[in-house]
Design a binder for this molecule. Structure first.
Ligand code: SF4
Length: 454
């Protein structure tokens, strides 16, 4: 299920078939629509719509084009509107220096006042920024409060995305990413980490390919979602889960499930999250930043039992492979790994283990012969070119852990059909030397992006 985080169903373009458009959105898997106000009349129509449709929420605000109309009386009305329970943001506000329908100074003033309004109301902001990068970032920095927001229909560069995310802002991508000449937008679509990504239509504007040129509507969000999912190497279901979670966090439309997942699907693999404990404390580990991987909550209250995991898997043949990989080290629970793997193999499934390679150090013996026949492939995090660097980056609890990891890789090759090593691409790591180590060990090396998990 998707959420269209930005559209303008209040506009005249929908007067002839608004109800059909809303129905088509539901039929196309759009669970929620956020209608974003841009002028007085549109805001009022937006309020009416959400009263009539459970799937519609509203943002109330005055678009920078209309900034010159934000007088005292309109501001007072806005203050009333943002108190409505289904108004979940202040927007669309911001700066547009392309058309300059309102003078720059007037736009900045309206932007600031509406940021202050959002702060008072405890709501996030939905920001429009066109050809106004520096002023937008300056106002956001100066007016920021506990509540953040989203840069909608993002049209800036990677530098702007980075600076906005540093302020806690989400980046929302629209149909422009599907346009044939939109190379820069596609780079942004790859660059933005999962935890900052939202998607939208901005309907009735900016219809995506292959419906470009027609009036846009929320049902067309699927085209944008397909392109972004393809760029990020995930499925539309993965993208839907990621962006729905982000929208729930930002706009607080629904409660977010607190309970961690024991098994979670990404693409056609099923991942097993069997512990959050680890013998390393890697500086780049995602668990120090978030509980979520691709929209799945992995923070466990307690480690699950083997039978619980088996029950949660269902039929292992439904997946390309079953991967032991959570936000902890699976070999801390070797008995569970062996029991569950044996069952998966008996059912005709394929098993992979993602590990930090410290299984032999943890158990004080060579555990690899015990895994023979139970595990098809093993992926070991090397993460550094030498002991000193490993100590610094991974902060292991074992002394001499790096040498232990290298030994583990050598042993794994004797008992496991497929062994590979991984390295997270961070500036401190000498990737060329890691490549040389992989070649010496005779195993393939996979380089992982810093923000790429799952
Ligand atoms: S080894 Fe993996 S789970 Fe453990 S701290 Fe490092 S990145 Fe996190």
């Amino acid at each position: 299920m998707l959420i269209d985080t930005h559209c303008h169903l209040d506009m005249k373009a929908f007067d002839g078939d608004r109800e059909e458009v809303i129905k088509r959105a539901g039929d196309a898997g759009i669970k929620y629509i956020i209608n974003v106000g841009s002028d007085r009349e549109g805001n009022i129509r937006g309020l009416r719509m959400f009263r009539e449709h459970p799937s519609i929420y509203s943002a109330a605000g005055i678009h920078p084009h209309n900034a010159k109309k934000l007088d005292y009386s309109l501001y007072r009305e806005l203050k009333e509107w943002v108190r409505e329970p289904k108004v979940i943001a202040v927007g669309e506000i911001g700066l547009d220096y392309h058309y300059l329908h309102s003078p720059k100074g007037v736009q900045v003033e309206a932007f600031r006042r509406q940021m202050a309004l959002a702060k008072d109301a405890g709501l996030p902001v939905i920001v429009h920024s066109r050809e106004a990068k520096n002023d937008t970032l300056r106002v956001l920095r100066e007016e920021i409060s506990d509540t953040t927001g989203v840069l909608h229909c993002f049209s800036g560069d990677i530098d702007m995305a980075k600076k906005a995310m540093e302020l806690g802002f989400y980046i929302s991508l629209a149909g422009t990413v599907t346009f044939r000449n939109a190379q820069e937008m596609r780079e942004i679509a790859k660059f933005v980490p999962d935890e900052f990504l939202l998607i939208e239509t901005d309907a009735p504007y900016l219809s995506p390919e292959p419906v470009r040129g027609r009036r846009n509507e929320p049902a067309f969000l699927k085209h944008t979602a397909e392109v972004i999912a393809g760029i990020r190497g995930i499925t539309v279901a993965d993208l839907a889960r990621i962006t729905m979670l982000n929208a729930m966090k930002l706009f607080k439309i629904e409660e977010i499930a607190e309970e961690g997942e024991i098994v979670y699907r990404i693409r056609d693999s099923l991942y097993l999250n069997i512990t959050n404990k680890c013998t390393n404390r890697c500086g780049f580990c995602i668990k120090f930043r978030t509980n979520y991987v691709k929209g799945h909550n992995l923070r466990l209250e307690k480690d699950p039992a083997a039978l619980q995991i088996i029950k949660a898997i269902g039929d292992p043949r439904d997946y390309g492979e079953i991967v032991f990989c959570g936000i902890g080290e699976p070999f801390l629970r070797l008995d569970v790994v062996k029991k569950v793997s044996r069952w998966i193999k008996q059912q005709g499934g394929k098993v992979r283990i993602n590990t930090n390679g410290q299984g032999n150090l943890i158990h004080g013996r060579n555990i690899l012969p015990e895994l023979q026949g139970l595990v098809d492939s093993i992926s070991v995090s090397l993460d550094a070119e030498d002991e000193e660097k490993y100590e610094k980056i991974c902060r292991p609890s074992f002394k001499g852990a790096y040498r232990g990891v290298i030994e583990f890789i050598k042993e794994a090759k004797k008992f496991i059909p497929e062994v590979r090593i991984t390295v997270v691409k961070i500036p401190e790591v000498d990737i060329d030397r890691c490549r040389a180590i992989a070649a010496e060990l005779g195993v393939p090396l996979r380089e992982r992006e810093f923000n790429e998990v799952g």
